[in-house]
Design a protein around this ligand. Structure first.
Ligand code: ADP
Length: 272
């Protein structure tokens, strides 16, 4: 527009540009068809486990998949896929690391001296790193990008919502988490940011006794079905506590996992 200074705050012109739209364009050599955030109201419920499982399942369906690990201070995605070396650059852009089966990954752990180096950064620096992963990483053309969001509803998740145009979020919870209002906080945050909730995954839902095969609700009886009904949100799946999954993740061999627990979730995501 002629005479546009780019400063919307001091301009009364009705040019059609949404002054509140802070979404950043993705890296200029990249395009992603569907961007899905994986969120949780608090840490430790298995958000990274669910992110990695969904990425593996969509990759197995034949799609090009990336994981942006926005859990900057607690990054666990590279280790789950056995990636320990540092990310490379082409001089202008950061290149994602690629797993054995071709999933692209970017995470702070790929930029630190060692994977044990702590990220002792202030909030704005952390938020800046997330934005850089979106704008400066050469993702190429992806069908699906999963963003392992920082837990909670604070500064950094807010930055992700504001700067990345998400198609939807998957909320991860665990049975004991549900007695609180934490799931609703995550759900309400997505609503406030005008991002649809694709559905909820209940992780650590139950345990199957390896000796007798009995299903045990070790965190008490889940009320996830009733909560999903109340909120009008789809229940995408229930993942049990599975020591095999945890062992594969710890050993960096996560892609070998069968991860069939979330097949239904992957089918829903495929239909987006
Ligand atoms: P978050 O991303 O929410 O902080 P993680 O995905 O890192 O949580 O999971 C926390 C820990 O619990 C990890 O050690 C992970 O391997 C383990 N874990 C998560 N989900 C399961 C599961 N369904 N079965 C067994 N271990 C799990």
């Amino acid at each position: 527009m002629a005479g546009c200074s780019g400063n919307c705050e001091s301009c009364s012109s009705n040019c059609g540009k949404d002054n509140n739209d802070l979404h950043e364009p993705i890296n200029k050599n990249s395009s992603v068809k569907h961007v899905i955030g994986v969120v949780s109201g608090k840490g430790g419920v298995g958000k990274s486990m669910v992110t990695a499982s969904l990425a593996v399942l969509m990759n197995r369906k034949g799609y090009k998949v990336g994981i942006l690990d926005a859990d900057i201070t607690g990054p666990s995605i590279p280790k789950m896929f056995g990636i320990t070396h540092r990310a490379k650059s082409n001089g202008e852009e950061i290149l994602p690391e690629i797993t054995a089966n071709g999933i692209e990954i970017m995470s702070t752990n790929l930029l630190l001296e060692t994977e044990e180096t702590p990220v002792v950064w202030r909030g704005p620096v952390i938020a800046g790193a997330v934005k850089q992963f979106w704008t400066e990483v050469r993702w190429g053309d992806l069908n699906y990008m999963f963003i392992d969001m920082p837990p909670g509803t604070g500064d950094v998740p807010l930055t992700v919502y504001q700067s990345v145009k998400l198609d939807g979020v998957v909320i991860v919870t665990s049975p004991q988490d549900l007695v609180s209002m934490i799931v609703k906080k995550a759900f309400n945050m997505a609503n406030m940011m005008n991002v649809p909730t694709i559905g909820i995954v209940e992780n650590m839902s139950y345990l199957v006794c390896p000796d007798c095969g009995k299903k045990m609700d070790i965190f008490g009886k889940s009320n996830i079905d009733a909560l999903c009904d109340e909120m009008g949100v789809a229940l995408l799946g229930k993942m049990p506590i599975d020591t095999n999954l945890a062992e594969l993740a710890d050993a960096g061999k996560f892609e070998r996992n069968v991860a069939e627990y979330l097949n239904g979730a992957a089918d829903t995501i495929e239909k987006l």
